[in-house]
Design a protein around this ligand. Structure first.
Ligand SMILES: C[S@@+](CC[C@H](N)C(=O)[O-])C[C@H]1O[C@@H](n2cnc3c(N)ncnc32)[C@H](O)[C@@H]1O
Length: 244
């Protein structure tokens, strides 16, 4: 199992908890208030872009948190997700809401829909991708699906200071921008530290490094917001375009 397939195990548990999303929203109102949705709406409004008829691609859509939000507002949404359990919940969510969204199980790092979108959404998938090879691949795939006037919305976690209260040392190990976690033995990529076996769980760049990474992959920020610092790691939300 590849490290980023671990989410399937979590979604199987979530299915039994009868929640609507990764963040355990219990109601659709709660799901709509996900920070990705709040900032997507805020940034698009600021730039005079309306949702109706926008073509939106939500990468790592999970249970459809942002694909459904865009569809509810009149966009044509596509959601891609590696976890089949998450896609099952996404389809149930769409049915309950009476919305039509194209949800497909697939690996974002292999994606080629041969179609351009007005907005591509990263609602916290980028920080699930570990290592420069997978992350470069992600940016190339995003670019493949963007037109010249399109935008990428990024909502990603940033490393800052001592993160031990958010990521307790009994379970996590943070080294060279990678958050290593204990457990999930099915994952083949491992690192043994002090006799304990960890898998690569998240990339947490400093804000400076994150900005450099956008620049290196040909993106420029057109809107950005730093959400409040939370025990050292904080969330960074930005709207980007491909640099001309
Ligand atoms: C933190 S969750 C966020 C889910 C959803 N976007 C949301 O905001 O509720 C990250 C999601 O990305 C998915 N994911 C990670 N790597 C992926 C890949 N290579 N291809 C497709 N989905 C992936 C995970 O399975 C997970 O559902």
């Amino acid at each position: 199992m590849k490290y980023y397939e671990m989410h399937e195990i979590v979604y199987r548990r979530l299915k039994n908890e009868n929640v609507l999303s990764w963040d355990k929203s219990k109601t659709f109102e709660e799901m709509w208030s996900h920070s990705t949705n709040v900032y997507l709406e805020k940034f698009l409004t600021k730039r005079g872009i309306a949702f109706p008829n926008l073509k939106v691609l939500d990468l790592g859509t999970g249970t459809g948190t942002s694909a459904l939000f865009a569809a509810k507002n009149g966009s044509q949404s596509v959601g891609i997700e590696i976890s089949s359990s998450a896609i099952e919940i996404a389809k149930e969510n769409a049915k309950k809401l009476g919305l039509s969204v194209e949800f497909t199980v697939g690996d974002v790092l292999e994606l080629d829909l041969k179609k351009k979108f007005d907005v591509v959404i990263d609602s916290t998938i980028l920080h699930c991708l570990v290592g420069s090879k997978d992350r470069s691949r992600f940016y190339n795939i995003v670019r493949r699906h963007l037109g010249s006037n399109s935008h990428l919305l990024v909502n990603t976690m940033i490393a800052s200071g001592d993160m031990s209260s958010r990521f307790p040392k009994e379970y996590f190990f943070f080294q060279d921008e990678i958050l290593w976690s204990l457990g999930i033995n099915e994952i083949s990529e491992r690192k043994v530290i002090d006799g304990k076996s960890y898998f690569p769980h998240r990339t947490l760049l400093s804000e400076e490094k994150q900005l450099e990474e956008f620049e290196k992959h040909g993106f420029e920020i057109v809107e950005m917001e730093q959400r409040s610092e939370n025990d050292g790691a904080y969330d960074f939300v930005a709207l980007l375009k491909v640099r001309e």
